[in-house]
Design a protein around this ligand. Structure first.
Ligand code: NAI
Ligand code: MG
Length: 493
């Protein structure tokens, strides 16, 4: 016999989810991880190590080597030594290694997903369903190009690798960013030195083990751990190319220090994307896209839809739906399969988010946060909406990189374009409308590298990704992402 359940007026479900934790048994952590140089894990010459933690519990997971300039030089030497043989290898043979890495990632997907969530704080359902499968897909995709480079870039002359690439990546998609960097570089015949972010080194180090199992020739991929100083040492080292993803602030420093050196450079930097909802948009779908746009990965996403622009006639309706939806988001243990919003990646990032949210309140915007219990330990921030936001507010201009949405309104198409483009950034944008002609009209006018229509945060290895203005230059993904790792000996440009 079933009793009728009384439904409260609010949208919050009248029941609680049972916890559904993913087991961490599959991950075997070493006490300490050295630097991955010349195909082996080696002790750092610096003699220095630093702890890496789980941001959801603040527990130390392992100690990791801190590479100094001498360690970085050793890694670059290893990459330089490995370059001639790797470049000379038949492209179809090179492809086999890259395919092997892709297959290993698939086979060990669960282990990678659990480790990614442990070390970075992102929900397991995201690392399991997005980060790891996409990382494997990038290796598969670029492996396929390795022996077809001349067809990929017709009439450009003979393609050849650039040489040794220094690659510096951030903490928001640790394994996926490693894949974005390594896969095209390897397929094009380059050797690399990769520096993961200081808060999330562990999946890159597990990837190093995959490189060993794939019997990748020693020195083709080297991985040096450490913070900004290690990254700066890599930028200054005798490499042929730097690829960087991270803050605009550091991107500018790297731009200055590589100027005049002849080193090639690609920068993928910050964003402050507009997600634009027109009055004819299917609102329930738009709500899901807006929620995904800003709360996916706790908002630690360079292309996050952090500015919502709503056409005035549907503002009230959309805001009501958004508030209802916010109440159903589950914030907490990243390893719980029901979790929607996990831990903030670090204390420093949490403080940055708190500071910017305070500025929003002080400058007069209206804040909305659902009630939710946050765990006692670890770094957490409630999903947050701001209304009454004006273009000049810091929360409308600066990258918050957290689960915080600033909502503005507009009346006409031209006003939407104007407001969307009124930012120093230009990485992505979203358009929600039933009208196909309006989608095309907007896509042509938005100064953003990616424009999503009636969806958001969709990624595919075949599709180029990158910025305008202070979001950087160069593209990753697709053929565009292969080109920065190649030179051409003549032919038409
Ligand atoms: P960051 O730009 O300092 O760190 C990114 C990577 O660069 C890390 O591997 C770091 O060790 C390295 N790095 C730092 N200083 C360097 C230097 N002088 N030379 C070479 N490499 C260096 O970013 P951070 O401090 O972790 O985050 C600050 C803000 O940057 C975030 O709040 C967010 O707004 C933005 N950010 C944007 C990212 C994106 O994907 N566009 C990713 C990470 C952060
Ligand atoms: Mg920094």
């Amino acid at each position: 016999m079933t009793e009728a359940i009384e439904r409260p007026a609010s949208a919050a479900p009248p029941w609680e989810y049972a916890s559904a934790p993913e087991s961490t048994d599959i991950v075997r952590l070493d006490h300490r991880y050295g630097l991955f140089i010349g195909g082996e894990f080696v002790e750092p010459k610096s003699g220095r190590w630093f702890p890496t933690i789980s941001p959801s519990t603040e527990e130390t997971l392992a100690e990791v080597a801190e590479a100094d300039a001498a360690d970085v030089a050793r890694a670059v030497d290893a990459a330089r030594d490995a370059a001639p043989a790797w470049r000379a290898l038949a492209p179809a043979e090179r492809a086999k290694y890259v395919f092997r890495i892709a297959r290993q990632l698939q086979e060990r997907a669960r282990e990678f997903a659990v480790l990614e969530s442990l070390n970075g704080g992102k929900p397991i359902k995201e690392s399991r369903d997005v980060d790891i499968p996409l990382a494997a897909a990038h290796f598969f995709y670029y492996a396929g190009w390795a022996d077809k480079l001349e067809y990929a870039f017709p009439a450009r002359g003979t393609p050849a690798p650039v040489g040794v690439a220094g690659q510096i990546i951030p903490w928001n998609f640790p394994l996926l960013m490693a894949a974005w960097k390594l896969a095209p570089a390897l397929a094009a015949g380059n050797t690399t030195v990769l520096k993961p972010a200081e808060t999330t080194p562990l999946t890159a180090l597990l990837l190093a083990q995959v490189m060993q199992e794939a019997e990748l020739p020693p020195g083709v991929v080297n991985i040096v751990t450490g913070a900004g100083e290690t990254g700066a040492a890599l930028v200054d080292a005798p490499v042929d190319k730097i690829a960087f993803t991270g803050s605009t602030e550091v991107g500018k420093i790297i731009r200055r220090s590589t100027a005049g050196t002849g080193k090639r450079l690609t920068l993928e930097l910050g964003g402050k994307a507009a997600n634009i909802v027109f009055e004819d948009a299917p609102l329930d779908q738009a709500v899901e896209g807006v929620i995904n746009g800003i709360f996916f990965n706790q908002g630690h996403v360079c292309c996050a839809g952090s500015r919502l622009l709503v056409q005035e006639p549907v503002f009230d309706a959309l805001l009501g739906k958004l508030k209802d939806r916010l109440q159903t988001l589950r914030v907490g243990d990243p390893l719980d399969k029901n979790t929607d919003v996990g831990a903030i990646n670090s204390r420093a990032q949490l403080e940055k988010i708190e500071e910017l949210v305070e500025s929003g309140v002080e400058e007069g915007a209206e804040i909305y946060q659902p009630e939710c219990l946050l765990p006692e330990r670890g770094f957490w921030f409630r999903p947050t909406l701001f209304t009454g936001v004006s273009q000049s507010h810091r929360i409308a201009r600066e990258e918050i990189f957290g689960p915080v949405l600033s909502i503005l309104t507009f009346r006409t198409v031209d006003e939407a374009v104007e407001k969307a483009n009124n930012t120093p950034y230009g990485l992505s944008a979203g358009v929600w409308t039933e009208k196909g002609s309006r989608i095309l009209h907007m896509a042509q006018r938005l100064r953003a590298g990616v424009v999503w229509a009636n969806t958001f945060n969709r990624f595919d290895p075949t599709s180029p990704f990158g910025g305008y203005k202070e979001s950087g230059f160069g593209r990753e993904g697709g053929l565009h992402g292969l080109e920065p790792y190649l030179t051409f000996d003549g032919g038409a440009r």
